[in-house]
Design a protein around this ligand. Structure first.
Ligand SMILES: Nc1ncnc2c1ncn2[C@@H]1O[C@H](COP(=O)(O)OP(=O)(O)OP(=O)(O)O)[C@@H](O)[C@H]1O
Length: 271
């Protein structure tokens, strides 16, 4: 029987007098890989923060592995947006990854134990960045920094990984490696990835949701133009099954877009 990792029912979150999330329903079962796409400001980060228990719903309910988000937050590994990190600090990769153990050390004096160091090393190995362990974070490439902050999330020994715009600062080859790595992580845990970049949606994702205050979940990893239209309200790039295979809708800049023009099968150009 399927065990829900996340169960969200009729969730509404208000901000500035408006709904930031409006009557959201979402179930993610253990072991699934979900992606939520949507435009900037569509509510993706807000959704992740509700799952983490950092933002309280105005109405509706959220369960994380059957309990409140606060009760089970330690089961979640959170990879926040890159811009929330200060990579200029003189801190090594190992130190950064070890900081992911903080929540697991009891007491006021936070001293890393041998077990913490062992788990941090394992996380570094999973991400394949052993060679970088003693390097300063500020010297690394965007892709290497990306691996480091994911290793930090893994150091908390999560059962689910939440990733917020994980590919913003990485180039296409790094993106491909990133998805290969996520595929491997998917064998170990449940994953929810949110992004405004539909180019990151790959064939190993089980379900795609489109979020723009309201959430539309699709039981497919193929994004259709209608799905995008409902979330973005304007023509955007469409990616077909598999990362390198991109399809673009014809887009006339002079058009004032008012709604759905093409179905997925009307797509014409291919690179
Ligand atoms: N505390 C708040 N009060 C009022 N409005 C807020 C609050 N927090 C966020 N917002 C607004 O809610 C909307 C959703 O923000 P959120 O960060 O969830 O979007 P997002 O989809 O993650 O965007 P991006 O892709 O740009 O990161 C934005 O318009 C933002 O300005």
């Amino acid at each position: 029987m399927k065990e829900p990792a996340i169960e969200i029912n009729n969730l509404t979150v208000m901000g500035g007098g408006h709904p930031l999330l409006d009557s959201i329903n979402l179930t993610i079962n253990r072991g699934e890989f979900h992606a939520v796409i949507g435009p900037n400001g569509g509510g993706k980060t807000t959704l992740l923060k509700v799952i983490l228990g950092l933002i309280k719903p105005d109405s509706g309910s959220v369960k994380v592995f059957g309990k409140t988000p606060e009760e089970n937050r330690s089961l979640i590994g959170y990879v926040p947006q890159f811009r929330t990190f200060e990579f200029g600090y003189p801190i090594s990769v190992m130190e950064m990854v070890l900081s992911g153990r903080m929540g697991h050390i009891k007491g006021i004096r936070k001293t890393y134990r041998e077990e913490d160091i062992k788990i941090a090393r394992e996380s570094i190995e999973i991400l394949g960045i052993e060679d970088l362990a003693e390097r300063n974070l500020s010297e690394l490439s965007g892709g290497e920094q990306q691996r480091t902050i994911i290793a930090r999330a893994l150091a908390g020994k999560p059962e689910m990984l939440l990733l917020d715009e994980p590919t913003v600062y990485v180039d296409t080859p790094t993106n491909r490696m990133f998805f290969k790595m996520l595929e491997e992580l998917h064998d170990m845990m449940t994953i929810l990835l949110v992004t405004h970049d539909i180019g990151v949606i790959s064939s190993n994702i089980d379900y795609v949701g489109c979020l723009n205050r309201k959430l539309y979940t699709h039981h497919t990893n193929q994004i259709s133009q209608d799905m995008l239209d409902s979330a973005y309200k304007c023509p955007v790039e469409l990616i077909a099954h598999g990362i390198p295979h991109r399809v673009f809708e014809e887009h006339d800049e002079r058009d004032n877009y008012t709604g759905s023009k093409n179905s997925g099968s009307d797509l014409k150009k291919e690179r």
